[in-house]
Structures are given as structure tokens and as C-alpha cells.
Design a protein. Structure first.
Length: 283
């Protein structure tokens, strides 16, 4: 029987609702043989996850999900087999984090200029990991400034909002270079968010492969059977590794289960074996 794995999950270190310990226990309960912890732009949850994975007899693939600047599209790259030790990815994340902290301060100033007075500590109270716009929205809701999180984004924090400041992001070339320098694999997450047009996604994958992309998330919660087949065929043609994951976040995405997505997802353990072979042959 095929082993079930999940190579795209989140914990409270970014925007998930399970602690790394709870996530590893849930993975064991879900019958997974391996899980990647890929929190957004942080490795903070890995030490705790590693300790619990060991206790559970579960294979943990270290990683994180990097936000990229790629033609204004919502592009995310999974850095797999990269961990929290000081290295190139950690250096790039630190550089971006400093820029984002400045961004938060500028946004709070812009909010103040339109009559919304939020203190930094009001915002940080709602965050356990990286502080960002969702936490500002929660602080605004708690203060009674808005009636919903949607309103906070529509009026103030979204790309057309009164206090919006663009996010500093890595370019694909910077991210892929850093991942490779740290001995990891660069895998494009949820390609359906970039395009669902066959020729368009093929052109993007070709472009990113030219920059050194290693793999693509073929199996994903939001991918239809038809789209999964398309991306699998492109991966084969371009020599890309195939990956897959649920993008599990816990109770903020209650219909997405670990390892199963909305019920039909099955990521085979063989994909992880192929990744390790690729790393071995590279190194």
C-alpha cells in the first residue's frame, strides 16, 4: 500500500491554528508517514516540530513557504530540506523581515493619518508568529473600527486601501539561489493561483525552470483532476520533481484535512523518495 505524505502545512509559527507539537500529533493520527512544516517566511516552528515528530516516529521534512515577487502574481515557493540553521535562506528572510517591520510601522502611521489609532502592541497581541496585515485587521475589529475583517481589508489594508503599503518580497532568482546554496529543493506551490491556462502556466514553469526551479506542487487541495493531470504532464516534460500537499492551516480552513485536503487528496510517499534521490545526485 502507498504511504501517504503531506509536504505543505502550517502551524501557529505563521498563520495555522495548531502548534507544531499538535500538528505532528495530528499528522500521526491522520496516518501520514512524512510531513513538511512549511510556515510562511519563517522556520520558527521547526525545533518544536522536530522534537515531537521524533517522539511520534514521524519523518519531518524541514522547510518554509517563501512569498515571491513575480510579475505581481501570488507566487509562493516551498523551500524543502532547508532548516532554521543560519544560512542563505535565513539571511534573505531576515532582510525581508526587517523591511516588513518597517512596512508595518509605515502602515500604522498611514492609519493614524486617516483617524485610526492602533498601537503596535494592539496588533502584536493577535499574532504568535510573523506580524502582518491580518493581525492589524483583527486589532481594528477588536477596537470596533470595522465590523468585519473583510471591511478592514476593503477600506484600509487591501491593495486599494487607504493605508496599504506594498510588501517587500524576494525575486524567484534570489529565493531559488538561496535554497540551492543551503542544499534544499525549490518547489513552486499551488500553481493554479498563477494561472489555469495551459499555455500560460507552461510558459511560467519554463521561465522558472530556467532559474533553477526543482519541482512543482502537482497534487494540491484546490487542483481539479484535469489541472493535476496538466501540471503532472508539464512537470514530466520539463524534468521537474512532483510534489503535493494539503496547505493545512487548521480551524481557519476547517474543510481542509491534513493529508487529504477536502477528501480526495493523496500524496504518495514515492514523491519524497524521488526528491531525496535528486538531492543525493546533486550533492
Amino acid at each position: 500500500m502507498h504511504q501517504r505524505i503531506d509536504l505543505h502545512t502550517h502551524s501557529t509559527a505563521s498563520d495555522g491554528t495548531l502548534t507544531p507539537t499538535e500538528l505532528m500529533r495530528a499528522a500521526k493520527a491522520a496516518g501520514l508517514s512524512a510531513i513538511a512544516l512549511t510556515d510562511h517566511d519563517t522556520f520558527e516552528g521547526l525545533p518544536e516540530a522536530r522534537a515531537e515528530a521524533q517522539r511520534q516516529g514521524l519523518e519531518l521534512v524541514p522547510g518554509c513557504e517563501l512569498s515571491l515577487d513575480y510579475g505581481g502574481l501570488p507566487t509562493h515557493l516551498l523551500a524543502l530540506f532547508v532548516d532554521e540553521r543560519p544560512g542563505h535562506v535565513v539571511h534573505e528572510l531576515t532582510r525581508v523581515r526587517v523591511a516588513r517591520a518597517n512596512r508595518n510601522a509605515i502602515m500604522l502611521e498611514k492609519l493614524k493619518s486617516v483617524g485610526v489609532h492602533l498601537r503596535r502592541e494592539d496588533v502584536e497581541r493577535h499574532a504568535t508568529g510573523v506580524v502582518g496585515r491580518p493581525h492589524m485587521a483583527q486589532a481594528m475589529l477588536a477596537a470596533g473600527v470595522v465590523k468585519s475583517l473583510d471591511e478592514a481589508f476593503a477600506r484600509f489594508l487591501g491593495s486599494n486601501g487607504l493605508a496599504y503599503v506594498p510588501k517587500v518580497k524576494l525575486t524567484p532568482a534570489e529565493a531559488i539561489g538561496a535554497i540551492h546554496a543551503d542544499g534544499g529543493l525549490a518547489v513552486l506551490a499551488h500553481p493554479y493561483l498563477l494561472s489555469q491556462q495551459p499555455r500560460h502556466i507552461e510558459a511560467m514553469l519554463l521561465d522558472l525552470t530556467g532559474m533553477g526551479l526543482d519541482g512543482v506542487e502537482v497534487y494540491y487541495t484546490e487542483h481539479s483532476d484535469k489541472y493535476t493531470a496538466l501540471v503532472a504532464e508539464l512537470a514530466q516534460r520539463l524534468g521537474l520533481l512532483m510534489s503535493g500537499g494539503s496547505d493545512f492551516h487548521g480551524s481557519v480552513k476547517p474543510d481542509v484535512a491534513l493529508g487529504k485536503g477536502r477528501g480526495g487528496l493523496f500524496v504518495r510517499g514515492e514523491l519524497l523518495v524521488a526528491m531525496k534521490e535528486a538531492l543525493r545526485s546533486r550533492n
